[in-house]
Write a protein that binds this ligand. Structure first.
Ligand code: URA
Ligand code: SF4
Length: 202
């Protein structure tokens, strides 16, 4: 893992970053994935949502949160009153990590080293979008943005200061709702956290 740093463009803009990220070889994940899935949305979005890594659908389509997890996220945003147009969506890791089981590609968690390798992209996105509220979706995004000591289960739904007037709010990953024994309960908790995030916006 040489890290993504050396692949960053000299002049930072979201289009330049997106273009440069296409040929990132900062860790081994680019080898088996279809393409880099970079963040999407408005440059100065009020809300930034940070997930784990692209899933199977995202890897094929080249856009974040367009699969099953994305449908839950969209529903939650709508119900929390967050306009999808005011949002920038991205992931902590930009390539899909999976294990082949027959023809199926099974999601695998990115390692700490892969999260660290990919973080220059996320840091640059954070700097350029500079959102008022950053919604941290699950443990991987929390590790990247809030460090390894942060516990989503304990600190979810609470504003964590990022800079003057800007906050992080952590919640569970939308995919975790799909795996929860009680999906309705998991979704309600997720929605509550999104509403707490929405309340911090203008
Ligand atoms: N899960 C994520 O964390 N990100 C995506 O883009 C899709 C699924
Ligand atoms: Fe580069 Fe991130 Fe892809 Fe690794 S996962 S190759 S660091 S874009």
């Amino acid at each position: 893992n040489i890290g993504a740093g050396r692949f960053l463009p000299a002049r930072l803009s979201l289009p330049a970053l997106r273009e440069a990220a296409r040929s990132c070889e900062g860790c081994d994940l680019y080898r088996n994935a279809t393409q880099t899935v970079f963040g999407a949305g408005m440059t100065h979005a009020t809300y930034m949502l940070v997930g784990e890594q692209p899933g199977d659908q995202e890897d094929r389509q080249g856009a974040p949160f367009v699969g099953p997890a994305g449908r839950i996220l969209d529903k939650g945003l709508a119900e929390a009153g967050i306009d999808r147009e005011s949002v920038y969506v991205t992931n902590a890791v930009k390539h899909f990590k999976f294990e082949l089981r027959g023809k199926r590609r099974i999601h695998q968690r990115p390692s700490a080293a892969e999260i660290d390798a990919c973080r220059p992209w996320l840091d640059a996105e954070m700097r350029l979008v500079d959102p008022v509220v950053t919604v941290v979706l699950g443990a991987t995004a929390a590790r990247a943005l809030l460090g390894p000591g942060f516990r989503v289960t304990r600190e979810r739904g609470r504003p964590v200061p990022r800079r003057e007037g800007a906050f992080y709010v952590a919640t569970i990953h939308p995919s975790a709702i799909l795996r929860a024994p009680d999906q309705d309960e998991a979704y309600e908790g997720f929605l509550e956290d999104l509403k707490a995030a929405a309340a911090l916006g203008p």
